[in-house]
Design a protein. Sequence first.
Length: 372
Amino acid sequence: MSKPTPFDRELPFNQLPLLPPPKEQVMTVEILQAVNSANKALAELKGFAKKLPNQSMLVNTISLREAKTSTEIENIFTTDDELYRALSGNDAQLTGNAKEVLRYRQALWSGYYYIQEHGILDTTLLISLYREIKEVRDGIRPPQTETTIKKRGSGLLGGSVVYTPPRGEAVIQKKLDNLLVYLNDDEKYPYDPLIKLAAAHYQFEAIHPFRDGNGRTGRILCLLFMIQKQLLDVPILYLSAFIIENKDQYHALLNKVTAQRSWKDWILYMLKAVEETAIYTVNKIQEIDDIFERTKALLNDKLPHIRKETVEKIFEQPYISPKSLINQNVRSLNTAKKYLGQMEELGIMVPEKMGKEIVYLNIDLLNLLAET
């Protein structure tokens, strides 16, 4: 094991070592076995998603769950009902926690399209993710911002400093540049992508390049990296679910890498997170698809004039307004209201008043998404 870098939690950790971690710590038999298991689970998820008739229908629901849970890790809570009701309205009128969650989801999709266009992870992408998540216009944390990471809770140690990230724009940028080369350059750093993902996620959180929103930005970066490396086609891995269920271990292992340069347990934790959430996501998508197919069959039998594209629309999110149903197949607001009313009579949709507008709830989908 390499000798730990001198570390004082009260001082900026400008000596944070660059990537990669020592090879002997990341290429153990145990880690390589975990890599194989995680890659197998991801391959199953990617293959299963390709079989779906419309991936975007289900990607939207899964990405929303990821957004909600990722913000909960930062102690930003919103109820499912509040969130989905907000989705059926005007995003510009949103406030509070629901708005934070939806900004995360929008940042995730913006990052996805950036990767599709540019193919690389770079500082421009990271800053744009941060700006969209936090709805700000600044960038790399300036030196006068004396950021510290403090212990949460109200106990004796609550509020005490556990880590002070590097300080100074040049220092931060140098470490970010190293992180991005490590992720992008597979010739210089020929490690399995999932080992890179684990190491890079620690490094990003340790650099802590922005004033706020680093955790959410870092988790989006994980998903975008898997898409860049073609481990996933679309951002459907519900990674934050595992982290929030194992949050104490998550923070303890991050601190262990910082203080002791002990990488093995952290990398194993992240590999387990990928494997278990890939399996979870396969099961969740299967459940959503099963409900979709049953609903489509019922409508084919009872309301054959309602086309498949309309059925897909009511599965994009649990709440929908009549105007959101309008497309090339449903051309008027009156037709949309008529179709939703007919689906209400079949028990598929439930009307609910939101302000002056009536929205419709796909109750089976909402119940499924609320399950952990």
